[in-house]
Design a protein around this ligand. Sequence first.
Ligand code: SDX
Length: 390
Amino acid sequence: QTGYTALDYGFVNTASTKSEITYIDGEAGILRYRGYPIDQLADNASFLEVAWLLIYGELPTADELAGFDEKIRRHTLLHEDLKNFFSALPSSAHPMSVLSSATAALSTYYEDGSDPANPEHVETNIIRLLAKLPVIAAYAHKKSIGQAFLYPDNSLSYVENFLRLNFGNMAEPYEINPVMVRALERLLILHEDHEQNASTSTVRLVASTGADQFASISAGIHALSGPLHGGANEAVLKMLGDIRDSGEGVHRFVERVKNKEAGVKLMGFGHRVYKNYDPRAKIVKQSADEVLAALGVNDPLLDIAKELEEIALADEYFQSRNLYPNVDFYTGVIYKAMGFPERVFTVLFAIGRLPGWLAQWREQNLDGQGRIGRPQQLFLGQPERQYPAK
Ligand code: SDX
């Protein structure tokens, strides 16, 4: 302990990132994309419509949306050589590792077209990443289950295509399930942006060095993979399954959390900003019942999740720490009901977050506002001292 305090160093608040994209009020549990409340967008808009809103600032006209959709459909194919990339990785590779490394590898095909200072390159790479990342994500899933990759079908919508690439196979035609399409579209919209969370801050910091969109997005995927961030949706399902399999019951698990046994946390609870119910979690919880019923799935893990929430929200330990369900608490139960393996859940978070990352990357580079980022440090180490004379 050096006896110095922050004030001795004249500590000032780190300059905040300035943005016009997303507004969060953590106390009131408010989330708006470019001013539109998240529930209105989740209920009424399409994923690409919200992507355009985040990136360009206004809802697209019908022509703008049609043009955006058409351009993306025309860019879904990966270079054939890139498909060989996947065979170099072990089938045990975590799909998030596959996604982040394949995204970096994707950049090698466009190095002459990725100048961050060239607006044409920036716009083309927004299309390329939106078009190709869902294909790479589906290939990461297929690789993890040893199934052949499908080619995209450009006659399908963005989410239909993504579902077919994940669940279709070479042996039979894939039947689109409108319930799954609408449910996944809503979930992806809920994930599209969330102001300066850890992975988006990573994307902006990498962007501030002059690195291209591929490098920044790949870095964002790595940041998202951590269990305290996007990896939480996978960790929640493991936690619910452990409670079910242990037979110890929910109350006993909550006691272990409160005793902070070996770092046991209530995954899917708590948030750096929301000190109230995460508005996204509310929407996901509502649709969980609808989607599981519509898919004819009865999953005891959903009941365990609801019991956990009920006990935690009534308990002083969680109340005093403002711990509420966040976006990750219920999403995994729905993804599981759709048929996604748990290790793919965070990949779905990344596909949802991609438009926000692209919007924030673009804002970081608008009009050369991109001064290189350098988070401030509060030095608490040793004052000057002399090397001992020999
Ligand atoms: C996402 O930032 C974003 O916007 C992220 C995100 C997005 O859209 O990008 O919203 C997505 O990452 C959601 C969060 C997903 N992560 C989890 O669900 C993992 C579990 N949650 C925690 O690890 C934690 O709540 C964080 C990381 C989310 C937030 O951490 P904070 O705000 O730094 O809170 P903290 O660690 O300082 O905890 C304050 C207190 C501590 O207790 P005390 O030391 O005061 O006794 O609350 C406790 C913590 O131990 N606590 C928990 C807890 N979260 C905090 N105790 C049990 N279970 C938890 N989940």
